[in-house]
Design a protein around this ligand. Structure first.
Ligand code: PGA
Length: 252
């Protein structure tokens, strides 16, 4: 179901103690709020997932993984499967983050396999995509986004979309302090929703949450989130501070 979502991607930050402390602080602050159709998600590193799940259980804060391997099990040293995530109480997984694409060679074909692996385990997928600066400068951003979506998630059947959240993250705005303007975000999000309408129809498209990511912070969140096709954010830097993160939740 389409809802507002504020998801914090902690990336490779926070050891065990810091992860537990941060989720605890977020939980305490979120408990004071009335969340109307708004989900709050944190994504710690793999090693701290179990512990954060334990701390956050019975709270409104959900816990997601930052990645997973596409296979169910096997000789894949250092990897973690969807089944394993499910087994420790994880319900969502971020896939296709631009850092995975850029530094770990994850391409569209691999990501489609990962999406399939996640859905097979009844994990919700937060699927990330977005153009590089050169793509936008050369006015190629719509083509890039369309092709990432077509290759990564448009092979799915309509029914699978209830477990898909999209996160449009222009690479030039991630961790740079530079943000897409509210108009740029809305323009791209409307384009994305129209692509879904074209392939799956309006009913599916209207039920998909489409998040924006890239230097979202308390100072710009309200403006970005108030766009009709922006259903929240995937947050990096500002997710590492409980006050900042929860203030993003409050901006709905
Ligand atoms: P940022 O990261 O908020 O630090 O730009 C966003 C992301 O990587 O999802």
């Amino acid at each position: 179901m389409r809802s507002n979502i504020v998801a914090g991607n902690w990336k490779m930050n926070n050891d065990l103690a810091a992860s537990n402390a941060l989720v605890h602080e977020i939980m305490n602050q979120v408990a004071e709020l009335t969340l109307e159709n708004t989900r709050v998600i944190v994504a710690p590193t793999f090693v701290n997932l179990s512990s954060v799940v334990e701390v956050a259980k019975e709270s409104a804060v959900e816990v997601a993984a930052q990645n997973m391997h596409q296979a169910a099990s096997g000789a894949f040293t250092g990897e973690i499967s969807g089944e394993m995530l499910k087994g420790i109480g994880i319900e969502s997984v971020i896939l296709g983050h631009s850092e995975r694409r850029a530094y770990f060679g994850e391409d569209d074909a691999l990501l489609a396999e990962k999406v399939n692996g996640a859905l097979k385990n009844n994990l919700e997928v937060i699927f990330c995509f977005g153009e590089e600066l050169e793509d936008r400068k050369s006015d190629n951003h719509f083509n890039v986004v369309e092709s990432q979506l077509k290759n990564g998630v448009f092979h799915l059947e309509a029914a699978a979309w209830k477990n898909i959240v999209l996160a449009y993250e222009p690479v030039w705005a991630i961790g740079t302090g530079e943000t897409a303007s509210p108009e740029q975000a809305q323009e791209m999000h409307a384009f994305i929703r129209n692509l879904i309408v074209d392939t799956y129809g309006a009913e599916v498209a209207n039920e998909v949450s489409i998040l924006y990511g890239g230097s979202v912070k308390p100072a710009n969140a309200t403006e970005i989130f108030s766009n009709p096709d922006v259903d929240g954010g995937l947050i990096g830097g500002a997710a590492l501070n409980a006050d900042d993160f929860v203030s993003l939740v409050k901006s709905f």
